[in-house]
Design a protein around this ligand. Structure first.
Ligand code: A2P
Length: 347
């Protein structure tokens, strides 16, 4: 690490934090210094990076002096607690939590969709929810050609969405069940191994859980279409890593399948995976560790002339979180938007 940008990772010991480290290294991000921050539990632990051993520090308000970019992935309450201190210290915070996503003065960015919105940042840029990013990357190329009128999405979300401890818990539960023992849920509310359950985020008065409403509201914000009709059912499934989504799209007129396939082939961040003869389509194990969102099973909705069905799998930790955040950091540098001119009073 020499000339370049001073970056801090808040939540460096977590599943997304670890992926952020790997991506900064593999993408040759122009780093000057990298600071690793987590809770006091992890202070003093060592993490390898670019042939060195970096020491994790407990985050405090003083952690951000001299930092240009904070990649925050330590949960919403931690982001809320430290974002103001980071911005006051002159850093731009790229926040992976839901803490600021719907704030009017916080851009919510997927670089393949709305890179221009980043210019409006006032110190905080939000990284959307994982399921929203994966869906958005896949369907935005279609939306640009023929505006989508309605989205009906069902998700199949892996344990990784609930963090590194949830992934470990599923493995332990699977072993317990195979040993004839009763699985003990600790991080997740119910046993996930050999089971599934509707997403356990808090339920709203309309019957939708928070995860589902994130897909509705965040997609509208990223697509800059407040009227877009979206409904979602989010489910946690016993997959370790990479989320899947079944998506039904409604247009004003029929969307030719061949046109959709061509668009998927040319779209940034998307890979068309379809072998109709072998009945082979995207699977979470194939999406794991991949940058691209894998899309397939594009077919006409037999119940609606203007409907299109598709299936996707994407790595929740990578494009659904860490990769999107690093791409936002790269976009900041590309557009020379690191200097914060105005500090929002809202944080
Ligand atoms: P720690 O390992 O010290 O608990 P995951 O989403 O994979 O569970 O990771 C969560 C990340 O957020 C970890 O790096 C964790 O650090 C960090 N974290 C959780 N709570 C706090 C906190 N109160 N202050 C700072 N970092 C936190």
């Amino acid at each position: 690490m020499s000339g370049g940008i001073n970056v801090a990772i808040l939540g460096a010991t977590g599943a997304v934090g670890q992926e952020l480290l790997a991506l900064l290294e593999s993408r040759n991000f122009p780093l000057k210094n990298l600071k690793l921050l987590a809770s006091p539990r992890s202070a003093g632990s060592k993490i390898p990076f670019c042939g060195q051993e970096l020491t994790v520090e407990a985050v405090s308000d003083e952690s951000f002096a001299g930092i240009d970019i904070v990649l925050a992935s330590a949960g919403g309450s931690t982001s809320k607690k430290y974002a103001a201190a980071a911005v006051s210290a002159g850093a731009v915070v790229i926040d992976n939590s839901s803490a600021f996503r719907m704030d009017e003065d916080v851009p919510l960015i997927v670089p393949e969709i709305n890179p221009e919105a980043i210019a409006e940042h006032q110190g905080i840029i939000a990284n959307p929810n994982c399921t929203t990013i994966l869906m958005g990357v896949a369907i935005y190329p279609l939306h640009q050609v023929q505006p989508i009128k309605r989205i009906v999405v069902s998700t199949y979300q892996s344990a990784s969405g609930a963090g590194a401890r949830a992934m470990a818990e599923v493995e332990t539960q699977a072993q317990d069940i195979l040993n004839g023992e009763t699985p003990k849920p600790e991080v997740l509310p119910y046993p996930l191994a050999f089971n599934l359950f509707p997403h356990n985020s808090p339920l709203g008065s309309n019957g939708y859980c928070q995860e589902e409403m994130k897909m509705v509201n965040e997609t509208r914000k990223i697509f800059a279409d407040p009227q877009l009709r979206v409904t979602a059912t989010c489910v946690r499934v016993p997959v370790l890593r990479a989320h899947s989504e079944a998506i039904n799209l409604e247009f004003d007129q029929p969307f030719p399948i061949e046109k959709a396939q061509e668009l998927m082939k040319g779209a940034e961040g998307v890979k068309l995976v379809e072998d109709w003869e072998q009945n082979y389509f995207p699977m979470p194990i194939d999406a794991t560790g991949e940058d691209d969102v894998l899309v397939g099973r594009i077919r006409q909705d037999i119940s609606h002339a203007n409907g299109l069905e598709l299936w996707l799998c994407g790595d929740q930790i990578r494009k659904g979180a860490a990769l999107n955040a690093v791409q936002i950091a790269e976009l900041l540098l590309e557009k020379d938007l690191l200097k914060v001119t105005e500090v929002t009073a809202a944080i």
